[in-house]
Design a protein around this ligand. Structure first.
Ligand code: PHE
Length: 381
């Protein structure tokens, strides 16, 4: 179905070409996307790509922007920082894109952002939440909240809603995202009166978590905070339940993949994570987006990445429309001026740090097979 949509995007160019006799068709505007289309975070890149392609299809169906259609160049980062830098270098230097969308993983956005900053090509990360990402420079934006807030939201939910006052944390030390979010959770959790009873680490891709889980079991936590990515979290959940650990697990947006429940099955039931969006949130914009997405992508329900990819692309289109020209400095200024944009993931205003300040939702993995169910919203501070 993704192929079909691409074909559609290409076909959409034809009517313009047909009119070429009278007036030469306007050249398309090329934008870039770099994301993990394969590897252990594959659904991050695939969902983001789908969201972006849906936004492109919709704008091109309306004739594009000021008569120019949008064309997408996309490269796979395989979840690797070096590949991410290479991909963005290609987009900027060879493909001459006007702007870049990506990455999801903070580590990869951190690796590639300097390329965009140096070339004065705006980059919008749909979903990287580590604060340092946009500190790479004034050409680097994001349309999501940042981890000091996400960590607070997790800590508030654990202490306030779950009344879980003893927590263990298990952190992927190879991911800037996990390290940063883990720190922010611990900081806020202790401020709110909670006690960290065990701090354990692993490195993404590890297969055996026995040592860490043995230490955690001994510490008898009420909750285990795991700010990692879905493949590892799935493996951890399975092993934890096998070892007799029954405490609920709590995580962040890195859990947001249908793969998590496929790996963990009932081991993840009754666990929670903070996220950017919940498909069952009562909101008209969300309902319309889900319907459009399901139609385009074989009845798949969009996850938060798809929603953020869609929002990032639409914010870029609005900026292109408002920009004086497609030159980097003009487009940068137009993106920076984004205010009250009605996104699927909430109303988006970019602040002076080029970050979005938005609410965070908490979802529970409930049912058989476990599916994310909306629990509550934590408003930005
Ligand atoms: N916020 C994560 C990071 O910065 C990426 C992510 C976002 C993953 C949304 C899943 C959903 O690395």
């Amino acid at each position: 179905m993704r192929k079909a949509l691409l074909a559609l995007a290409t076909l959409a160019l034809i009517p313009c070409i047909a009119q070429a006799a009278a007036q030469p068709p306007a050249a398309p505007i090329t934008i870039g996307h770099y994301g993990s289309l394969t590897g252990s975070e594959a659904t991050f890149g695939q969902s983001t790509s789908n969201g972006i392609k849906l936004a492109i299809e919709q704008i091109n169906a309306k004739g594009g922007i000021n008569g120019q259609l949008i064309l997408l160049k996309e490269y796979d980062t395989k979840g690797d920082a070096k590949e991410a830098t290479l991909a963005v270098t290609r987009l900027v230097k060879s493909d001459k894109v006007v702007a870049v969308l990506g990455e999801v993983a903070s580590k990869l956005s951190l690796a590639a952002a300097p390329v965009c900053q140096e070339a004065q090509v705006p980059m919008i990360s749909p979903s990287s939440t580590n604060p340092r990402v946009t500190q790479a420079g004034d050409y680097i934006f994001r349309v999501c909240f940042i981890d000091p807030f996400q960590g607070l939201a997790g800590a508030k939910f654990a202490t306030g809603t779950l009344k879980a006052m003893n927590a263990a944390v298990l952190i992927d030390q190879a991911q800037a995202y996990a390290v940063g979010l883990g720190e922010q959770f611990q900081l806020n959790y202790t401020k709110l009166g909670g006690k960290i009873v065990s701090t354990q680490t692993y490195s993404g891709g590890a297969q055996d978590f026995t040592a860490q889980l043995t230490a955690i079991r001994t510490a008898k936590p009420d909750i285990i905070y795991i700010p990692g990515y879905y493949t590892d979290v799935g493996n951890i959940a399975v092993q934890a339940r096998k070892m007799g650990i029954t405490a609920p697990l709590l995580g962040g947006d890195g859990w947001d993949s249908a793969e998590l429940a496929k790996i963990a099955k009932d081991a993840i039931e009754g666990s929670y994570y903070t996220n950017h969006y919940a498909p069952d949130q009562p909101d008209a914009k969300v309902v319309q987006f889900i319907a459009d997405y399901r139609k385009a992508f074989g009845n798949q329900t969009p996850d938060g990445l798809a929603a953020l990819g869609y929002d990032a692309a639409n914010i870029l289109f609005a900026a292109i429309k408002n920009s004086k020209s497609l030159a980097g400095p003009d487009l940068r200024a137009a993106i920076a001026a984004t205010k009250d944009f009605p996104g699927v993931t909430g109303n988006i205003t970019l602040n002076k740090d080029r970050d979005a300040e938005k609410a965070c939702v908490v979802v529970e993995l409930a049912g058989d097979p476990p599916q994310p169910k909306y629990v509550t919203t934590v408003a930005p501070r």
